[in-house]
Design a protein around this ligand. Structure first.
Ligand code: UGA
Length: 458
């Protein structure tokens, strides 16, 4: 099938590559000319395991094309996915300016039937608004009554961008994406479910055809429910994280171990072990933004989503209580040397968006700490968003001369560090594990004093 994806960010790019892998001919669009130039050369703008080899392969096979032209993409495709950014406004609401703009651009250039599919995370009723925007733009283009979608006659042959004949028919659908950064390719290729929010049989058939090779259960519903599924799923996962983080706070106070608590809870099939990892809280471009947007959507519709507000508060306090723990154990922070290992919001990505490290580094620096940091992938991006600190080429350099080491991202390479060597290089053998992923017993045997989150020791 000829498919376009407007927006070559995380979701758009990975979706494009995976659809090419399924055998479709995919055109990926972005308005960032530099990004498109690099993508045409097979260079991925993001670090995502497994992405670049597939990108190079399908570029070579000409199954994947890149352009800055929505016009070109629209004309050559039957199905057009919208995967542009939906940043947060000041009040937490999703800013849908890019979505509206893309919908209008598609309507200005379509000359035959198109299925327009929203993939970006958007508030409920966005699909309906996309549909309305396209209908209104088409009616202006063809100078007809906006209420008669798909039936208006083309009248003004001199109008720019108009083609001959009838107003082209179209459908809008919602097909939310559930991929995670760091495991995006496998999440997309082996999804737990495929959600199709459709308003016509044709839209359903086309989307089913696209995803035919995948064996996942397909949930078919209307657009509003599909949009709600995405919001509710992300917010529920964020709630699970904040719940276990709240439990971790009590564990520390009563001498219980949150790792065992999560294990014991997780065997209950109704609960499940996933997303019960206590730590410095969730970050990234999705959970913080989506929780805010869901709270705002509820508010606008007359419901005070107090539960989600508390989820957000708990998440924020995880960072401040971790900083307090470090300050308490170091006693005097001023002029102490602190090594930060892991800056990205999670492992296997170089994404620094709303990473807990941002607030933690700023807070420790404010207290006068001298910070040395290392992340296996995010050093480059971190330089742009963190206050001036020393970036190191590896964990050993970061640890040298430090009064404590603070782990903020659970990178696999940190688990196999030579901690005896690290211990020899450090000024004081103190470790703060903000992700509860290191082997406490081993570290204590090596002479470290170890502090996790919710491990029953404060
Ligand atoms: C999240 C969802 O998991 C995806 O299903 C969704 O498609 C995506 O948002 C999106 O809306 O685009 P992502 O943000 O890439 O994916 O990463 P996650 O693996 O969900 O982690 C999010 C944050 O939660 C990270 O900071 C992670 O460290 C933290 N986390 C996760 C915890 O603190 N504890 C956990 O148990 C799990």
């Amino acid at each position: 099938m000829n498919i376009s994806i407007i927006g070559s960010g995380y979701v758009g790019l990975v979706t494009g590559v995976c659809l090419a892998h399924l055998g479709h001919r995919v055109i990926c669009v972005d308005n960032d000319t530099q990004k498109i130039k690099e993508l045409k050369q097979g260079q991925s703008p993001i670090f995502e395991p497994g992405l670049e080899p597939l990108l190079k392969r399908y570029l070579k096979e000409k199954k994947l094309l890149f352009t800055t032209s929505i016009e070109e993409a629209t004309r050559q495709s039957l199905v057009i996915f919208i995967a542009v950014g939906t940043p947060s406004k000041e009040n937490g609401e999703a800013d849908l300016t890019y979505v509206e703009n893309v919908a209008r651009q598609i309507a200005l250039h379509m000359d035959s039937y198109k299925l327009i599919v929203e993939k970006s995370t958007v508030p409920t009723a966005t699909g309906q608004r996309i549909e309305r925007t396209i209908r209104m733009t088409l009616s202006q283009r063809f100078s007809e009554d906006p209420s008669s979608r798909g039936r208006a006659r083309w009248r003004n042959s001199s109008k720019k961008n108009s083609s001959k004949g009838e107003v082209p028919p179209f459908d809008v659908a919602s097909n939310p994406e559930f991929l995670r950064e760091g495991s995006a390719i496998s999440d997309l290729m082996e999804p737990d479910r495929i959600v199709l929010g459709v308003e016509s049989k044709k839209a359903e058939e086309l989307l089913r055809e696209i995803y035919k090779p995948w064996k996942a259960p397909v949930v078919v519903t209307n657009m509003n429910s599909a949009e709600m599924i995405k919001h509710a799923s992300n917010s529920f996962l964020a709630t699970k994280i904040s719940f276990i983080n709240a439990v971790a706070q009590i564990c520390d106070r009563v001498g219980a171990d949150v790792l065992k608590v999560a294990e014991g809870m997780g065997f209950d099939k109704r609960i499940g072990r996933g997303f019960l990892d206590a730590g410095v809280g969730y970050g990234g471009s999705c959970f913080p933004k989506d929780v805010d947007a869901f709270i705002r959507l509820a508010e606008k519709n007359g419901y005070d989503f107090a539960l989600l507000k508390e989820v957000r508060t708990i998440n924020e306090s995880q960072k401040s209580s971790f900083v307090r723990l470090i300050e308490d154990k170091l006693w005097i922070v001023k002029n102490k040397q602190i090594g930060i290992l892991g800056l990205a919001f999670k492992p296997n990505t170089d994404d620094m968006r709303l990473a807990p490290s941002l607030d933690i580094v700023v807070a420790l620096k404010k207290e006068g700490a001298i910070i040395k940091a290392y992340d296996p992938q995010a050093n480059g991006k971190a330089k742009d968003v963190l206050p001036p600190i020393q970036f190191c080429k590896d964990a050993y350099t970061a640890a040298a001369g430090c009064d404590c080491l603070v782990f903020l991202t659970e990178w696999e390479e940190f688990k196999s560090l030579d901690f005896a060597k690290i211990r020899r290089r450090m000024h004081q053998p103190l470790i703060f594990d903000g992700r509860n992923f290191l082997d406490q017993d081993r570290l204590e045997r090596l002479g470290f004093e170890y502090f996790g989150i919710g491990r029953g020791k404060v």
